[in-house]
Design a protein around this ligand. Sequence first.
Ligand SMILES: [Ca+2]
Ligand SMILES: [Ca+2]
Length: 200
Amino acid sequence: MKILTRATCPRTFRSGPGFTLLELMIVITVISILASLGFVGAKRVLLAAKIHQAKASMHSLIQGISAYRTDYGRYPIPKSHQRSGKTDTVLVTNEDLIDILLPSDEAPENPRREVFLTERNATESDPPRSGVVFNNDGGGYLVDPWANHYRVLIDTNFDNRLLDPFGENGRGSKRISASVAAWSLGPDGEEGTSDDIRTW
Ligand SMILES: [Ca+2]
Ligand SMILES: [Ca+2]
């Protein structure tokens, strides 16, 4: 009969006084799974925070545009975008608009130098993100958490609605019941994709 001694017993795979090799492997596997779950969870929380920041910034921007309209009786449309008034206005970059709202020293559309936008400074990263990138003249532009300009749609034909730039139904373009709308291109930086963040 073979007698199992401490030297021949399978449990001699112990690597230390408390754990076998198998137990250690199980512990390492569990720790790896928990770590990966934690990483995924942290990424999700970070993305939610960025989306929240983008929505808050667009809300401030729309409030600023509406306040300008209340004070001046017109929308803060940069001279470079002023048209006949028969169509609404789409701004795919916002530096001229933000110049008016901050205002920049160079913005004749805000002669009383009223402040219509108070947003946090963008990060000092390259490129800057999540806030206003200021110029020396007091103006600047507003970027989302992915470093892209917020885009803005304004009801400059004063019919109290906007054409949805992305939506169509069976009868033509969808309408947005708003005078001002904004959107962010979202994490992928591309327009018209499912991760866009819109105010409507
Ligand atoms: Ca309109
Ligand atoms: Ca997108």
